[in-house]
Design a protein around this ligand. Structure first.
Ligand code: ADP
Length: 448
């Protein structure tokens, strides 16, 4: 086992990783920008190193500074968390070249899945069903029109290097394709320095259902069931559940068997999530994330597993030590992503938190790096807390969620807590009958 892990991240996820390491008897090194000198992850870690000024490119994305921090503290592994360098294959490669373990998949697999076109090709070869679309990159507007006419409107043009819901353009008719192609290419180039785009049929009422997987370096691959992440705004998740209100055990088992077989075949290692759209009882693969995800706690709550601990164990060469038969699904869990944003306009609201009171009680978990007196810096993602509840049934989890949201106090800055209270109280959400388009309409209704 490692002696010391450097956590190349900040905020709640840095704390989350620290907690797992602490329980394993592994020491932690926090890194931070000058804007985060007073952050909770810095306070709790065994050691900390300042790696640069506030801008992420100068600090949390600053590879030489991170490697120096690992060298001077003698860290023997790096956990990248999510975001920042977590899906950067070059970073994983450089870390390993310095004799430090990267807590994540191999650079080869990060690269393979980071290119969504290659990811889809790989999954198709392995027998995983896809959303109908172009066979790879679109080379011209003419080709885009031809593919769109073949698969039928509406269509979605997506960036091969896309992420965070950016670089997607819908075209609803033939006239819109050339413009959507041009805009998607330009945006992809600006956001990801890669203008490759591809096309998918734009599904009108899918759910977003993803499968959590762990694989060790000895050929053992196990899945931990699905998460339903259909509650999205601008293709970004706001609320997630495990399991999906739409899926039964047979559907989960069938998908799980296919996915674990595919990952075994390519020799995948560490944690991964395969994302699917689910409509009319059919799954269609859209992408794979080769890292820990924001919404991983809902899986932990129903499976009673510590996914970060498992990531660390796998990176240290240990075997999973259990098979699929031993994975249990117990009850239901729901997560709300609470952000420092105006609940109506979604404009960021950085600033000083005056009062902070987190809810508690049976089945309630809060992953947050907030404290009273903390100033949310303006430089980073606006996620400030994840409220996760667990109940034996979905109705019980929902009742617990409403209760916990009412207890939650974050004063001094505006947050999305009021929006989450409205969602949790909504009968349609309560029914579980929603698609990826539900939340946009719900938010629009609230604003009207
Ligand atoms: P990103 O990597 O930017 O998150 P994804 O491919 O994972 O992009 O898609 C993000 C979200 O966009 C999905 O969860 C879904 O809501 C929506 N989406 C993606 N592809 C399609 C599609 N073909 N039809 C309808 N919605 C889609």
């Amino acid at each position: 086992m490692f002696g010391k892990v450097l956590i190349a991240n900040r905020g709640e996820i840095a704390l989350r990783i620290h907690r797992a390491c602490q329980e394993m008897g592994v020491r932690t090194v926090a890194v931070h920008s000058t804007a985060d000198a007073n952050a909770m992850h810095v306070r709790l870690a065994d050691e900390s190193v300042c790696i640069g000024p506030p801008a992420a490119r100068d600090s949390y994305l600053n590879v030489p500074a991170l490697l120096s921090a690992a060298a001077i503290t003698g860290a023997d592994a790096i956990h990248p968390g999510y975001g920042f360098l977590s899906e950067n294959a070059d970073f994983a490669e450089i870390v390993e070249a310095h004799g430090i373990a990267f807590i994540g998949p191999s650079p080869t697999h990060i690269r393979m899945m980071g290119d969504k076109i290659e990811a889809k090709r790989t999954m198709a070869r392995l027998g995983v069903p896809l959303v109908p679309g172009s066979d790879g990159e679109l080379s011209s507007a003419e080709e885009a029109i031809a593919v769109a006419e073949k698969i039928g409107f509406p269509v979605l043009i997506k960036a091969a290097a896309g992420g965070g819901g950016r670089g997607m353009k819908v075209a609803r008719s033939r006239d819109e394709v050339a413009e959507a192609f041009r805009v998607a290419r330009t945006e992809a180039k600006a956001a990801f320095s890669n203008d490759a785009v591809y096309m998918e049929k734009y599904l009108d009422r899918p759910r977003h259902i993803e499968l959590q997987v762990l694989a060790d370096a000895h050929g053992n691959v196990v899945h931990f069931g699905e998460r339903d992440c259909s509650l999205q705004r601008r293709h970004q998740k706001l609320v997630e559940e495990a399991g999906s209100p739409a899926l039964d055990a047979a559907a989960r088992d069938a998908l799980g068997a296919r996915v674990t077989a595919a990952l075994r075949e390519i020799g995948y290692r560490n944690a991964g999530t395969l994302e699917f759209l689910w409509q009319d009882g059919q799954f269609a693969f859209i992408e794979m994330n080769t890292r820990l995800q924001v919404e991983h706690p809902v899986t932990e709550m129903v499976c009673g597993i510590d996914l970060v601990r498992e990531q660390v164990r796998i990176a240290a060469g240990q075997t999973l030590g259990y098979g699929q038969d031993e994975v249990r699904f117990d009850g239901h869990a729901i997560e709300c992503r609470i952000t420092a944003e105006d609940p109506d306009t979604f404009m960021p609201t950085p600033g000083r938190v005056v009062t902070y009171h987190a809810p508690g009680g049976l089945g309630v978990r809060v992953d947050s790096a907030l404290y009273a007196g903390y100033s949310v810096p303006p430089h980073y993602d606006s996620l400030i807390a994840k409220l996760v509840v667990h109940g034996t049934t979905r109705p019980q989890a929902l009742a617990r969620l409403r209760r916990a949201l009412d207890e939650f106090v974050i004063d001094g800055i505006s947050t999305t807590l009021p929006l989450h209270r409205r969602i949790a109280a909504d009968p349609e959400f309560g029914s579980g009958d929603y698609t990826i388009h539900w939340l946009e309409r719900f938010v629009a209704r609230g604003a009207a």
